[in-house]
Ligand binder design. Sequence first.
Ligand code: DGP
Length: 114
Amino acid sequence: MTTIFSKIIAKEIPADIVYQDDWVTAFRDIHPQAPTHILIVPNKEIATVNDVFPEDEAILGRMFVVAKQIATEQGIAESGYRLIVNCGADGGQEVYHLHMHLVGGRKLGRMLPN
Ligand code: DGP
């Protein structure tokens, strides 16, 4: 399923892209929840975590390597940050193109509400 993220990856619509290589693209979230809120997205159209297969392992690994690199560049690696991947309706996923939220720059508090 093609979503707006594929158009951002292809640079058909504007976004504040902070990193791009052959495997992943990272851009600032349009509705930031913290001073740093960046989405790290595989260039390949993978809808959800449920659609991940063993052949995607290198892409998924790259997402973490890029997350660390961006956190360092954004100056939040030492203070800390959170990586979030929502899956499906109960997980709160809105865009059905797999993505990792990199959120930081302030104290984030509890991971989940009580
Ligand atoms: P999720 O709920 O995990 O599917 O998060 C989707 C995020 O994507 C949400 O925080 C807002 C962001 N988003 C949605 N549409 C766009 C867009 O067109 N551009 C950008 N930069 N972010 C978007």
